[in-house]
Design a protein around this ligand. Structure first.
Ligand SMILES: Nc1ncnc2c1ncn2[C@@H]1O[C@H](COP(=O)(O)OP(=O)(O)OP(=O)(O)O)[C@@H](O)[C@H]1O
Ligand SMILES: N[C@@H](CCO)C(=O)O
Length: 324
């Protein structure tokens, strides 16, 4: 039996001002999905989740409800209808959940991207990553009710991804400046994306919109010009952060600690509760991370946290192993 292990790392959606249109991948941690191919037909549903490790029993085993298996079903349907590949066997799925749930670290997106690259490899690589990414984005609809691409696209493709358009999907890859490091701090609490989206306004004043898109343009320019000061100046979110900050105990103190300890900029990672900061060296990012963790611990909620320092990952989802 052929077995393939796929991996996809954590991602940071929004990147402050780029709500739903900008995201990036870090190198670790990430989810792993192990797929085993059986030639014999077993049931009407060709994918079974045999086991999930590391979720504390929190995730659905129903193949249509877990993003890892759901996207494999979508992939099988796609290759049948568009590539004439009619799969009649069965795929067993083992999910190694290394990312915390409802964390702001792109947990459901990582499961989906890891599963898709593994399924593609398992069946002879009929699709490109640009085809696979469509299913990873659809998997977000299963997870939180909206198919936002700013975790799924960088989880699949790596780098920074700018979503110029959702219909049709138009993704722009932006390679990171060489010395840009991300500090990611995950406080030990959960914040569901669906709830964090429900607190956002349905419309915003034109003055707010101009501030936001000015910063998105400046952030993209800063990345492309490797202008670290501009990147820091552009890391301002006047739309989502003001509404979501109150949902993250200690956020204000943590952001202040990040900036006071030398971060270029700091904001909520995705829909939270994780918080990210950019720095222009690994050493600076480590210093910022220690200050952010201390601030979470000393805030009223006294939250313990995990912290990672990482460059921006350029690889995207990838195969860890294949056994014939
Ligand atoms: N493989 C999976 N990993 C994580 N969540 C999953 C997965 N499959 C389905 N879900 C569902 O997605 C919901 C969590 O989605 P949500 O977007 O809030 O958090 P997340 O994807 O875990 O992390 P993030 O906040 O970084 O997006 C949970 O209700 C969970 O049951
Ligand atoms: N763009 C999404 C990111 C979720 O990680 C949101 O902010 O709701």
């Amino acid at each position: 039996m052929k077995t393939v292990t796929g991996f996809a790392s954590a991602t940071v959606g929004n990147v402050a001002c780029g709500f739903d249109v900008l995201g990036f991948a870090i190198t670790e941690p990430g989810d792993e999905v192990v797929l085993t191919l059986h030639d014999e037909h077993r049931s009407d549903c060709p994918v079974s989740i045999t086991s999930i490790i590391g979720d504390g029993g929190a995730l659905p085993l129903d193949p249509k409800k877990n993003t890892s298996s759901f996207v494999v079903l979508k992939f099988l349907e796609y290759i049948r209808t568009t590539k004439g590949i009619a799969f009649d066997g069965h795929i067993d799925l083992l999910l190694k959940k290394n990312l915390p749930l409802s964390s702001g670290m792109g947990s459901s997106a990582a499961s989906a991207a890891a599963a898709l690259v593994a399924a593609n490899e398992l069946l002879g690589s009929p699709c490109s990553k640009m085809e696979l990414v469509h299913f990873a984005i659809e998997g977000e609809r299963v997870a939180c009710g909206s198919a936002h691409a700013d975790n799924a696209a960088p989880a699949m493709l790596g780098n920074f991804i700018l979503i110029r358009s959702y219909s049709p999907l138009d993704l722009i890859t932006i390679r990171p400046p060489a010395n840009l490091f991300c500090t990611l701090v995950h406080p030990h609490t959960e914040l569901k994306t669906s709830f964090a989206r429900s607190v956002l306004p349905k419309s915003i004043p034109l003055s707010t919109a101009t501030q936001q898109w000015g910063n998105v343009g400046a952030l993209v320019a800063g990345l492309l010009m490797e202008d670290y000061d501009l990147i820091g100046r552009a890391l301002v979110d006047v739309v989502a952060e003001p509404k979501r900050a109150p949902l993250i105990p200690g956020f204000t103190e943590v952001k202040r600690a990040a900036l006071d300890s030398g971060a270029l900029g700091c904001s909520i990672a995705g829909s939270g509760p994780s918080v990210f900061a950019f720095s222009a060296s690994r050493q600076a990012a480590e210093t910022v991370g220690a200050a952010m963790q201390e601030a979470f611990l000393c805030s009223k909620a006294a939250l313990a946290s995990d912290m990672w320092v990482s460059p921006i990952c350029s690889q995207g989802a990838r195969i860890l192993s294949t056994t014939p």
